[in-house]
Design a protein around this ligand. Sequence first.
Ligand SMILES: O=c1ccn([C@@H]2O[C@H](COP(=O)(O)O)[C@@H](O)[C@H]2O)c(=O)[nH]1
Length: 269
Amino acid sequence: MTTQALVTQIREKRSFLCVGLDTDMNKIPEHLKAEEDPLFAFNKAIIDATHEYAVAYKPNIAFYEAHGIEGWKSLKKTIDYLNKHHPELFTIADAKRGDIGNTATMYANAFFKDLNFDSVTVAPYMGRDSVEPFLQFKNKHTILLALTSNPGAFDFQTGSDDGEELYKKVLRTSATYENASQLMYVVGATKAEYLKEIRTLVPDSFLLVPGVGAQGGSLEEVCKYGLNSQVGLLINSSRGIIYASSGEDFAEVAGNKAAELQEQMAKWL
Ligand SMILES: O=c1ccn([C@@H]2O[C@H](COP(=O)(O)O)[C@@H](O)[C@H]2O)c(=O)[nH]1
């Protein structure tokens, strides 16, 4: 998907909501466990109930990998369902990969060619040759971890042994990579106070912002400092939407939660 198509969808829906599909067998409603593929049955119901309020979906790959081959089948069915029934939606494989060049090419093939996601999250710490293979794919996007939402982000990412914080180095250096216009960045909603400065370094890039909802990040604070002229934000909520109810009404309640977030986002557009 082109960035322009994403921006158009955001403007049409007046939403920059990304629904996280962190689908956990221990948290899905009991009645779904009798289904042939409970993870997919859950995801399909969530997508059906939330898609009019969202512009993006982000399955976190760990939740599928944890189930071996059956989990990969559920993931494949989910991305195929999204691509077939809602091709306008932006899809993110939250895989946080990163390795030497030839291996990175294999990861890129897996998520862009085989599974046909629009984007994949990548850990940038192995440097240029570990990222550029992902950037060879036209109209696919590579989302680099910059300043993550978790407390451990302060262990390394805000460290500045040589005078520049690591997350700033990631933003500045990656902008010199081949096809850097296909880069986006992860910035946690719990780090909203950093967004003003981040926007001076990457004024035009899209930011994927997890951490609203279960992790306590504020949507208002993120919007205040993170929006740019092309909107430039995808705000993710996973548990806050998909597990808002554990009863038979889970999809309806998830739809209501997504609608609430969309309403708050629309005020900023
Ligand atoms: O910095 C990061 C990077 C990725 N994530 C992922 O986003 C979702 C957040 O889920 P919630 O349930 O809304 O907290 C999850 O898949 C994380 O692995 C992140 O939280 N922070």
